[in-house]
Design a protein around this ligand. Structure first.
Ligand SMILES: Cc1ncc(C[n+]2csc(CCOP(=O)(O)OP(=O)(O)O)c2C)c(N)n1
Length: 561
């Protein structure tokens, strides 16, 4: 059977190392479906494995999770304008999390008749848009429409290169049906031609200034949110801070950046850091502080570093910076090691004790929280649940956290073992991402920790369906407070003395009556259990973890406050 443009396109993806195509299909997919079948029958070329997902948010979230645990770009494909529309929130999450995705969608057939693939159903008129890519343009680095089979190699090259180049992020490619349906071009085997640009490395002069400031400070602190995205940075940061007596504080912990029992970790105790620090290096933190809540004093010297330290795609961001460095975190930490080694003799030898004592204060706050929670009775709290889960997990297990799990109590230690909702905050992320991570890393146990609100945003029926269909035994733990607690906190924060605080009946947050969430998982052949008592939490987590480790998905519906 003859080759087609669609088959050449799939081969171009495979040539770029793309292993899977997360897909939610429609009429636009016909040439791709035919290409896969022809390849099975006649060609036998290695192509990306299609992963069918029953909702676009699930497909994009799975691609997001797979990219986080592999560091590789992933490809999704949606059905024309409407499928793209369903995925915008997930694309926003990927963009703000700097995840390289090739987001593709069909495009309604260009021609009303006269070519293979031309319009043949009524929707082909109404689904056309003047600017289909315009829906996602705010969140993608590049968009294009494939116009001719001759372009396949160069267009895929350019799409993948741009998605991966720092700062990484999604790109968008529309694929008209007639173009994919055209005959393949003989002798035009796609090849990878575009080299990846070298990642940004720090200016040596800037590193010298930074190292001098960190060396001469009374109490230097690294403030981070996501420095552990590149897993090599966990060790680099830990060694650097220990050797040169630098504290590490985390604000909105989005990755496993440093084990929180590390001798220099102030954990999430940002106030301790701001009170003590006279020099702060902000590393991979889009929002290092929130002025209306807590900010470093004006006397503190501040440097900010990252691949895009100005966060150019954020319309506003004015966190002050005395020195701003464009660099990957791994390159900066490596350069800082060398620079600080030369300055080591000038560092105040008593500094280590100061850092160690602040870190001990932070650790004792966590210990107190643990002992308080262990001693308490009454309803299950999110802290209690976090603690129980932290105790049950093994070091290689991976957690995708959408809101409730407290990183201090989860106490992850392995690089790449913790991921938090992206800064865009588009709910419905963690369960799809956990499923995608498990698809890419079938050797790992993966857990999604979600609120009941977050869980429903994820289209749970589609998620558990995917878990069963693609053999992805993920553990979902729903912290079920029958409400959107965050909406209440927000009202209370803006109007602490307001009328709404007292008028529980006027809240916009009440989700009762809660469904029996465990039934969604059971409906797809999984294990499901409802937990209502503190004493039941640890045994239920043990049962559910044993179930997923044996290869069957599980869900705990934990009634909590
Ligand atoms: C797509 C999307 N819609 C709405 C919101 C606004 N929002 C933020 S938190 C939240 C409630 C989350 O509820 P739940 O997951 O149950 O956690 P809880 O706050 O109760 O702990 C909502 C609705 C959002 N972040 N994303």
């Amino acid at each position: 059977l003859a080759t087609t443009a669609a088959l050449q396109y799939l081969r171009a993806l495979a040539d770029h190392g793309v292993k899977r195509l997360f897909a939610n299909a429609g009429t636009d997919f016909a040439p791709l479906v035919e290409a896969y079948a022809r390849n099975d029958d006649s060609h036998g070329l290695p192509l990306p494995e299609p992963v069918i997902c029953a909702h676009e948010n699930l497909a994009a979230g799975m691609a997001h999770g797979a990219s986080l645990v592999t560091g590789e770009p992933q490809v999704v494909m949606f059905h024309v304008s409407v499928g793209t529309a369903n995925a915008i929130c997930a694309v926003a999450n990927a963009a703000r999390d700097n995840v390289p995705l090739l987001v593709t969608a069909g495009r309604t057939p260009l021609l009303e008749h006269g070519a293979l693939g031309a319009r043949d159903t009524n929707i082909h008129w109404a689904q056309e848009m003047f600017d289909q890519a315009g829906m996602v343009r705010e969140f993608v680095k590049w968009d294009y429409e494939l116009r001719n089979p001759h372009q396949i190699g160069p267009v895929v090259d350019r799409a993948v290169s741009l998605a991966v180049a720092a700062p990484a992020g999604p790109v968008y490619l529309a694929l008209p049906r007639e173009v994919l349906a055209e005959p393949g071009l003989d002798g035009e085997a796609p090849t990878v031609t575009v080299a990846q640009p070298s990642p940004p490395a720090p200016d040596p002069a800037a590193v010298r200034v930074l190292a001098e400031r960190l060396a001469t400070a009374d109490f230097p602190v690294v403030l981070t949110s996501a420095s552990g995205t590149d897993e090599r940075c966990v060790d680099l940061l830990g060694t650097l801070c220990e050797r040169y007596a630098i504290g590490v504080a985390e604000f909105v912990t989005r990755r496993m950046n440093l084990p929180m029992d590390h001798a220099c970790s102030l954990g999430g105790q940002v106030k301790l850091a701001f009170d003590a620090a006279d020099a702060i290096l902000v590393l991979d933190a889009d929002v290092p502080w929130i002025t209306t809540r807590l900010a470093p004093p004006p006397s503190t010297w501040i440097a900010q570093a990252g691949v895009d330290p100005l966060f150019a795609r954020y319309p506003m961001r004015s966190h002050r910076s005395d020195l701003t460095i464009t660099t990957t975190t791994v390159a900066l930490l490596t350069a800082l090691h060398d620079a600080l080694e030369r300055l080591a003799p000038t560092i105040d030898p008593s500094r280590g004790e100061r850092v160690a004592s602040q870190a001990a204060i932070a650790r004792s706050a966590t210990d107190r929280l643990r002992s308080d929670e262990a001693a308490r009775t009454g309803p299950i709290t999110k802290a209690f649940l976090s603690m129980a889960l932290g105790e049950a997990l093994e070091s290689g297990d991976i957690v995708f956290n959408e809101y409730w799990a407290l990183p201090e109590l989860l106490a992850r230690t392995e690089p790449g073992s913790y991921f938090y909702l992206p800064p865009a905050g588009g709910l419905g992320w963690a369960l799809p991402a956990a499923l995608g991570a498990r698809h890419a890393r079938p050797d790992r146990t993966v857990v999604a920790t979600v609120g009941d609100g977050a869980y429903m945003f994820a289209n749970p029926a589609a998620c558990h369906h995917a878990a069963a269909k693609h053999n992805l035994p993920v553990l979902t733990i729903v912290a079920n407070n029958s409400s959107w607690g965050a909406v209440d906190y927000a009202t209370q924060a803006v109007y602490p003395e307001g009328v709404a605080v007292a008028r529980r009946d006027r809240r916009f947050s009440d989700l009762s009556p809660s469904p029996a969430y465990e039934q969604y998982c059971i409906a797809s052949g999984g294990f499901g259990e409802r937990v209502t008592e503190r004493a039941g939490v640890a045994p239920a987590i043990a049962r559910a973890l044993a179930t997923v480790r044996e290869g069957r998905q599980a869900l705990l519906n934990v009634e909590c406050v």
